[in-house]
Design a protein around this ligand. Structure first.
Ligand code: UDP
Length: 327
C-alpha cells in the first residue's frame, strides 16, 4: 500500500508517518516546512520504506505522477491560529490550490483521497455538540476566516470532484488534538500551557477561560484515520446512506467529546506539572469560538471506533514529551 502524506512533518503528519511506517506501508512524504521543521525528519531515519520531497503544494506535483499512489492524505495547511493568521493569503492558497492540485493528482492516479478538514468549519457554533449536518457560523471577514473559509471551500472542491468524477473522496473534520510531536512553539492552548507550567511562567488565558474545547489524544485520531482509509468505499457509502441518510461525500467528525473549560484545563495542567505558575487573563481573540464539542455518532458507528485516552492520561504523556524537548 503506497500512501502520499502531504503535510508530513507537522504534528499529525509525523504521528501518522510513524504509524504507517511501523505497519510497513510505503510512504511518500511532502512538506514545505512552513510551520514545521526539517529536523522532524530525523526521527524517521531508521525507516526504509519512506521517501520525502520538499514541495509547496500550491504548485502541481507533476513529478509524483510516476508513482502508484493508493491513498493521498492532505494535511497540508498551517492549523494553529498563530500560524494560519501569519500569512492569511498563503493559508487560503494552500487550502484551495493545494487541495485542487492533490485532487487532480488523485484523479489521475485513481487514489483514495482523504481531506483533513476541521471543526473550524463550524465557526463559533450555535448548536452544541456539532454534528456533520450543522452548516456552521463563520465570519467571512474575520481573522480566522482565512483558515475556516479555506477549509470550507476545500470541502466544496472535494464535493464537486466527488460529484463530477465519481472519485473515492473522504473528508475528516478534525477537532482539537494534542500529544507528542506537537511543536512547543505552536501557540495552541495545550502546548502553551504545558510549556508555561514547566518553565514556571504565567499561564496565559485569552478571555475569561469559560470558553470550551474538547481534546483528542493523537493516538485516538491516528486509529480513526487508519479505520477511515481502510474501510471499503461500498461499506462506507452504504452505512452513511442507510443509517444517517447521508448521500454526499463521506464526512466524519473525528474528536473526543469530553468537553473542558479552558480555565479548568489550565488548573489540570498546573496540578499535573506540580507547577507554581500563576494564571493571568489576556484579551480574547476575535471570533474565538465559545464552545466546541464533536458529535461523533457517525464515526463511532461507521468506523467502530471511539476515543480511548482520557485527558489526564493524554496530558501526562504529552507532559513527559515536552519535558524531554525542553530540558
Ligand atoms: N488559548 C488560551 N491561551 C493560550 C492559547 C489558547 O487561552 O495560550 C485559548 C484560545 O483563545 C481558545 C482555546 O484556548 O479559546 C483553544 O485555542 P487553540 O489555539 O489551542 O485552538 P483553537 O481551538 O482556538 O483553534
Amino acid at each position: 500500500m503506497k500512501v502520499l502524506l502531504v503535510g508530513a512533518t507537522g504534528f499529525i503528519g509525523l504521528n501518522l508517518l510513524k504509524f504507517f511506517l511501523e505497519k510497513s506501508y510505503e510512504v511518500i512524504g511532502i512538506d514545505n516546512f512552513y510551520s514545521s521543521s526539517e529536523r522532524n525528519l530525523e526521527i524517521l531515519d531508521n525507516y526504509k520504506n519512506f521517501m520525502f520531497y520538499k514541495w509547496d503544494i500550491r504548485r502541481y506535483p507533476k513529478f509524483l505522477e510516476k508513482y502508484d499512489i493508493d491513498i493521498i492524505i492532505n494535511l497540508a495547511c498551517p492549523a494553529s491560529p498563530k500560524w494560519y493568521m501569519k500569512d492569511p493569503v498563503f493559508t487560503l492558497e494552500t487550502s484551495f490550490i493545494g487541495a485542487k492540485n492533490l485532487l487532480d493528482l488523485a484523479k489521475k492516479k485513481n487514489s483514495i483521497f482523504l481531506q483533513a478538514s476541521t471543526s473550524e468549519v463550524y465557526g463559533d457554533p450555535e448548536i452544541h455538540p456539532q454534528n456533520e449536518e450543522y452548516r456552521g457560523n463563520v465570519n467571512t471577514l474575520g481573522s480566522r476566516a482565512c483558515y475556516d473559509e479555506g477549509k470550507r471551500v476545500a470541502e466544496t472542491l472535494c464535493y464537486e470532484y466527488w460529484k463530477s468524477f465519481n472519485m473515492d473522496i473522504r473528508i475528516m473534520r478534525i477537532f482539537n488534538t494534542y500529544g507528542p510531536y506537537m511543536d512547543i512553539k505552536d501557540g495552541r492552548v495545550i502546548s502553551n500551557f504545558i510549556t508555561q507550567a514547566l518553565k514556571g511562567e504565567d499561564i496565559t488565558i485569552y478571555g475569561d477561560g469559560n470558553q470550551t474545547r474538547s481534546f483528542q489524544y493523537i493516538d485516538d485520531l491516528v486509529s480513526a484515520i487508519y479505520k477511515y482509509i481502510t474501510i471499503s468505499r461500498e461499506e462506507l457509502t452504504e452505512k452513511l446512506k442507510t443509517k444517517f441518510n447521508w448521500n454526499t461525500v463521506p464526512t466524519l467528525n473525528l474528536g473526543n467529546p469530553e468537553e473542558y473549560k479552558i480555565l479548568d484545563l489550565a488548573k489540570i495542567i498546573l496540578k499535573l506539572t506540580n507547577s507554581e505558575s500563576k494564571i493571568v487573563f489576556k484579551e480574547k481573540f476575535q471570533d474565538d469560538p465559545k464552545q466546541r464539542k464533536p458529535d461523533i455518532t457517525k464515526a463511532k458507528y461507521i468506523l467502530n471506533w471511539e476515543p480511548k485516552i482520557e485527558l489526564v492520561e493524554g496530558l501526562q504523556k504529552t507532559i513527559s514529551y515536552f519535558k524531554e524537548v525542553l530540558f
